[in-house]
Write a protein that binds this ligand. Structure first.
Ligand code: G6P
Length: 362
């Protein structure tokens, strides 16, 4: 059954492996036979009137929002802000004239996010909750809901919900951009992309042994590690670092690769793992130089690179997809690195210390 671990030692690995299917399911649920998004006119009209999108979430959902910003801004030209819900709730940014709110929440029950929604409703604003749980509090209280259809996520560390959130953001951004006659959106073949993503994730999870070896050789003994990247790769580096921290207790930081030299590079010592995420053509060379800078200070560098940008000596090669969809692939090796580091440390992967799957206190 859906909530059965089957032959898997931990739910997390099962949930990582389910991601190709989740991608295919989302294409079935949210796209027509011709590949057009199936999103209600009411929701699209409401979003079309917005002059600014505010994405709100916590933890991994916040990180999915960071990727969403790039999708919405690229495909719809609508300025998009992303906020941590516990911050937004008490330091509300100045709102635009016609704001539209998107709540990202796997559980639909996170108290910090609900606090924001209560305020948004009190202000008379429209909102959409994207959640994995039908009838959850956030889904009931928002104007609109889209379901993640990821199946129950049981491991505390979120994996398939993150990729499902990004896939839905891509579909929604395509729909909104098309409704607004944006040429980039018309050209963005989301169905084809989700197909590439599904096969691409499958190829990565089929080679998990390689990532287990990498986890064993480079992450088991280290007290700390850095994920670096620029733009959308930086957004993913934050999620990659969170995975490593939460289940393997390695102190990890996700960093904008160009910012590292302005202070944080002082932390690099002999053997410190620095993992570079390289999926964007325009910044690939820059991230590579930033990696070199850390290597010159003794870092052990590891690269996760899209095939078309790969060079001899790169460590993990990702199948090519549209650059906007790259997080759906680049995050997967980082999920597996975190998983195998935790597993090989003998930790309880699914139930890390001090954490809860859903946090219902502010
Ligand atoms: C908890 C979980 C995280 C999750 C966050 C937000 O802290 O441990 O994995 O990302 O809550 O949860 P939500 O259900 O709102 O996405």
């Amino acid at each position: 059954s859906e909530t059965d671990k089957g032959t898997y030692p931990f739910y997390m690995l099962k949930e990582i492996d389910e991601q190709p299917n989740v991608m295919r399911r989302l294409a079935q649920v949210y796209l027509s036979e011709t590949g057009e998004p199936v999103i209600s006119d009411k929701l699209l009209n409401s979003m079309k009137q917005a002059d600014r999108i505010y994405i709100v979430g916590a933890g991994t959902s916040y990180h999915a929002g960071l990727v969403g910003k790039r999708l919405f801004e690229n495909l719809t030209q609508t300025p998009t802000e992303v906020h941590i819900s516990s911050e937004f709730a008490y330091e509300q940014p100045i709102l635009s004239k016609k704001p539209f709110f998107i709540f990202l929440s796997q559980s639909g029950e996170t108290a910090d996010s609900r606090e924001v929604l209560v305020n948004v409703n009190a202000g008379g604003h429209e909102s959409l909750t994207i959640t994995n749980v039908q009838n959850s509090t956030l889904s009931r209280e928002a104007t609109y809901t889209l379901l993640l259809h990821a199946g129950p996520e049981i491991a505390v560390a979120s994996t398939k919900a993150y990729t499902a959130q990004i896939a839905i953001e891509a579909i929604l951004a395509k729909a909104l951009g098309e409704a607004d006659n944006q040429i980039v959106a018309q050209r963005f073949d989301v169905r084809h992309q989700l197909g590439l993503v599904a096969t691409g994730i499958q190829a990565i999870v089929d080679e998990k042994k390689k990532l287990e070896d990498l986890a064993k050789s480079s992450f088991l003994k280290t007290p700390n590690a850095f994920y670096i990247g620029r733009g959308i790769d930086w957004s993913v580096s934050l999620e990659a670092a969170l995975k490593l921290k939460e289940i393997s207790y390695v102190q990890a930081e996700g960093f904008a690769s160009g910012e590292l030299k302005h202070g944080t590079i002082a932390l690099i010592e002999k053997g410190t793992p620095v993992i570079g995420l390289i999926t964007q053509e325009k910044t690939a060379g820059l991230t590579r130089s930033n990696l070199q800078e850390t290597m010159a200070r003794g870092a052990h560098i590891i690269t996760i690179v899209s095939e078309s940008l790969a060079k001899p000596g790169d460590d993990i090669i990702l199948p090519d997809v549209d650059e906007l969809m790259s997080p759906l692939l680049s995050v997967v090796p980082t999920q597996l690195i975190a998983y195998y580091t935790s597993l090989n440390k003998g930790l309880d992967v699914d139930r890390p210390r001090n954490l809860a799957k859903s946090v219902t206190v502010e």
